[in-house]
Structure formats: C-alpha cells, structure tokens
Design a protein around this ligand. Structure first.
Ligand SMILES: Cc1cc2nc3c(=O)[nH]c(=O)nc-3n(C[C@H](O)[C@H](O)[C@H](O)COP(=O)(O)OP(=O)(O)OC[C@H]3O[C@@H](n4cnc5c(N)ncnc54)[C@H](O)[C@@H]3O)c2cc1C
Length: 469
C-alpha cells in the first residue's frame, strides 16, 4: 500500500484530468472495497483515501470474538486485499467538513482536497457512556476499534474479578460470551426484556437469554445503569443500578449501540443526521431537501437507503456484508452511465458467534409481525426461525443451521408466503406462528410488495407483486 500517513501526496498519476478525481472518506471496509472495485473496473483517474485511523483498513468482526479470546492478535486483523489500490492514502487524517459548491473536503491540519466525485464511508463509533467522569475511569471499555479490543483483551488477561457488560445487543453478548469462555465472572445488564431483542425480537431474545444463563452469565434484564463509580485512584469499583442495587466490578464494557460519523457533514447541505446519510437505492446521497445529488455517494454503516423488499423504508444496517455489497454498487454507479446504474438490492445478512452457537440472519427480522420456528429444535439450539409480515416472509434466522440460509434468502427475494407452505425438513410438531415481539412494529410502512429477480448484479431488478395496500 502506498500509504502516506497524514499528508497529501500527488499519487502515482500526476495532475488528474477534470472529472477524474474520486475521494473516499472513511478507510474502513466499505471505503477499501469501493476503492478496489473502482480500480478493478478500470478507473484510471486520481483516487484519494482519507481515514482518521492511522493503520491500514482492518476487519472489525474478530474484535469482539477471536481477539478477546486471544486466538487472533488485534494487529493481525488487516483486511485481505482483493487487488492493489493505487491511491493517495491520507491515513490518520480526519475530514472535518464538506463544501459541495467548491467540491472540496476539509481536513484537520491539512490542505483541502478537491474531488469530482465523493464516496462517504465513515461508518459508526461506539456510543460512549453518558457521564464523562464514569467513562474516563480505568476499567471502562468499549469495543469498536482494534485499539479498543487490544486494550480490553490485555485487561481480561490480567484476570479481573468481575466484568459488567452494559447492553445485550450483538456486541455486548459476544463480549460476554468471550469472557465466559475465558472463565471470567460476567454480569450483563440490559434495559430491554431480553438480549438481542432490538435485532431479533422477543421470541428469539428469550432463547438468547436462556443461552446466556446456561453459560453462567449473571443476566439482568429490565434494568438501567445509574452510574459507574470509581475509587480515589480513578479505578472502576462499582456499577450502580437504577433500582439501587450495586454490583462490585473492576471492568465494565459499554456496549450501548453506536453513533453515525456524520458530524463532519454538518452544514454541507446533505441529508445527514443521527440516523446516517440518506441515499437512493443507487447509493447517491440525498441533499437536505431530499433531492438526489449526482456525484456524492454513500456506502456502509453510515448509509440509510431505501430497500424495495422492505416497503422502501430507509434501512441503516450495521452488517459486514452490506458494507461490501453497497460499496461495490456505489463504485460501479460512480463510473457508469445512467442507464447502466445498478440498485443496491442485496438482501441484508449478518452473522454472530456467541456461547458456542453460530447465529446467522437473512432479511430484516424487525420487519415482521410474526415468527415461527420452521425447522429444528429450540431445546437443541439448532433451528431456523422464519419471520413474516402481512403474510409474506421477510427474514430468517438460523442457530447452527446456516446451510438453510440461501434457501430462505430465495424465499425472501420472491416475497414467498408466510408461514412457509413447503413441508420443511425437521419441521417441529408444534409449528405455529406467534407474534415476533419486535420493538415497534407500528413504525413499519406499508409499501408495495415486490420481488427481486435476476442473478448477476447487472440483471438484478425489482418487479411488482402487489400494489401498496
Ligand atoms: C466489534 C464488532 C463486531 C462486529 N461483528 C460483526 C459480525 O459478526 N457480523 C457482521 O455482519 N457485522 C459485524 N460488525 C459490523 C461490521 O464490522 C461493520 O458493518 C463494518 O465494519 C462497516 O464498515 P464501514 O466501512 O461502513 O465502517 P467502518 O468499518 O466503521 O469504517 C469507517 C472508517 O471511517 C473512519 N472515519 C470516521 N469518520 C471519519 C472522518 N471524519 N474522517 C476520516 N475518517 C473517518 C472510521 O474511523 C473508520 O475507520 C461488527 C462490528 C464491530 C465493531
């Protein structure tokens, strides 16, 4: 990699021709995959990568899993390269502003960078603990960056008395799982009724709760944390709950979700806010009026995009696979004529590994009103749960049954009926759909029902199944 930490270099191609300067802000998974796609597809203009982290792009999923277990060092998580990326790399350099009229990105401590086209791929950061004094205590961690994971791993190696995890979403649950696997005492505190409810709904949340308790986690749901308290030396000593209970702990991991990295876009005129940067299905950013821009693109965790399969609602996903697929679509659309633009129609998918179980998901489980265990056995923790909304299948989640995922992906793309009509392998005898207990089904929109057809990215298109009710 021709990395030039901190400074603008000329790149390998001299002064670029007009219309030939692409700048990517955010040198993470989406930024790197977009850059690779641009070069692989024959883009020969000037490419500038701006990233505020100083090292080369790395993979985040191992940080809450293999890194904490000591299986992979945090510094060995660099993303594999699909091809050489000839670019000017401005690493350790934060973008602080965007001037759409002048077509420049402002940088912290460096000259503005001009662009003809811009890709925004600045992702998320961990939501910090709300009290800065508590957050600053020695022993309080979060896990978003490789440095975070490395620091927490070192503290776990030292053998803390008790780890308290604030938040039982995927990251918090994976951290709790790693701690239990290391033989550490762990308390998980969750404001909702069960772990993973925000992503999978209450039915699977209860199963996740059983898994945690069976693994020895002291899981407390329906509680909120009042304060993180330290001793006179500034070391974490106690976690005070809103019900007055106090838990003695020397490590707390704050896993209370994430904030979109959009502050640098304030005042730019783009439709950017706390929920991300809104864009169309072709990854082009909306301006603040909701009008699509021509040359500003968005990809990855920071993007909010309409998905035809989900009533054209703007989805904001925090999925590894989505970051890659959206980056590839954005890169393609940056360089092609209007008639050859592709929609980003990837069915959302993610995975997690926790408490010895491989959890995988396709579709959007929260876009549902019902769920049914359609294959396997909850008791054995090997099953497929299908989610439906208004009589069509919208998602499937597997616990140690990943081989079925592609089949359900096909059903979701075809807007197949829910409950599924086929005689499934291993269908439980008490099969019946129940309410999926997702956090707020009332906010679901009622767009038209569509199906996705075609296989190659150029062919994939939406067809109408039935108009909006
Ligand atoms: C601990 C952890 C575990 C995960 N596990 C899974 C999993 O098991 N399965 C799954 O599907 N997904 C998982 N994910 C999610 C997955 O890693 C993300 O979806 C993916 O990293 C998103 O890529 P991105 O490029 O959009 O954002 P990021 O990877 O966050 O990259 C964005 C980059 O932009 C930089 N940046 C931000 N602001 C600026 C600025 N102003 N100027 C310059 N640079 C800036 C950031 O520092 C960062 O380097 C996990 C994430 C974490 C944190």
């Amino acid at each position: 990699m021709s990395a030039e930490n901190g400074r603008v270099g000329g790149g390998a191609r001299g002064r670029p021709a007009p219309g030939e300067r692409i700048v990517i802000v955010g040198a993470g998974l989406a930024g790197l995959r977009a850059a690779e796609t641009l070069r692989r597809d024959g883009f020969t203009g000037a490419l500038t990568m701006i990233g505020d982290e100083s090292g080369e792009p790395y993979d985040r999923p191992p940080l809450s899993k293999q890194v904490l277990l000591g299986d992979v060092p945090a510094e060995r998580t660099a993303l594999p390269r699909q091809c050489e990326v000839d670019a000017t790399w401005l690493l350790g350099t934060r973008a602080t502003g965007l001037d759409l009229a002048a077509r420049t990105v402002r940088l912290d401590g460096a000259a503005d960078v001009e662009f003809d086209q811009l890709l925004i791929a600045t992702g998320l950061r961990s939501r910090p603990w709300r009290d800065p004094a508590g957050a600053a205590l020695d022993g309080v961690f979060s896990v978003r960056t490789s440095t975070d994971a490395s620091r927490l791993k070192a503290r776990l190696d030292a053998g803390p008395e008790r780890v308290v995890v604030l938040g039982a979403g995927f990251t918090g649950s994976e951290i709790a799982s790693a701690c239990r696997q290391r033989g550490l005492d762990v308390t998980v505190l969750e404001r909702g009724p069960a772990p993973l409810v925000g992503a999978l709904g209450g039915v699977l949340g209860e199963i996740a709760a059983d898994m945690q308790r069976a693994a020895g986690v002291d899981l407390r749901c329906g509680v909120t944390v009042e304060a993180l308290e330290g001793d006179s030396a500034g070391r974490l000593r106690r976690v005070r709950l809103s019900d007055g209970e106090v838990i003695t702990a020397d490590v707390a991991v704050v896993a209370l979700g994430a904030l979109r990295n959009v502050e640098w876009l304030a005042g730019s005129g783009l439709g950017a806010g706390p929920r991300g940067v809104a864009c169309d299905a072709g990854c082009r950013a909306f301006d603040i009026n909701g009008i699509v821009t021509d040359d500003i693109f968005v990809a990855g965790d920071v993007a909010r995009f309409p998905h035809p399969l989900y009533g054209y609602q703007l989805l904001a996903l925090e999925h590894w696979g989505n970051a890659i697929a959206q980056a590839e679509t954005a890169a393609h659309n940056m360089r092609c004529s209007e008639s050859r633009r592709r929609p980003h129609l990837e069915v959302p998918a993610f995975w997690s590994h926790q408490f010895g179980v491989n959890i995988k998901s396709v579709g959007v489980p929260t876009y549902s009103d019902q769920v049914a265990i359609v294959q396997g056995s909850v008791d054995e923790r090997r099953f497929v749960a299908a989610y439906g909304y208004r009589g069509r299948i919208t998602a499937a989640v597997t616990f140690d049954q990943a081989l079925w995922l592609d089949f359900y992906r096909g059903l979701i793309e075809r807007a197949a009926p829910f409950p599924p009509e086929f005689p499934a392998v291993g269908r439980p005898s008490d099969f019946r759909p129940v309410p999926s207990a997702v956090p707020d089904p009332a906010v679901l929109s009622h767009g038209p029902t569509v199906a996705v057809t075609g296989h190659s990215p150029d062919e994939r298109r939406v067809t109408l199944v039935s108009p909006a009710p």
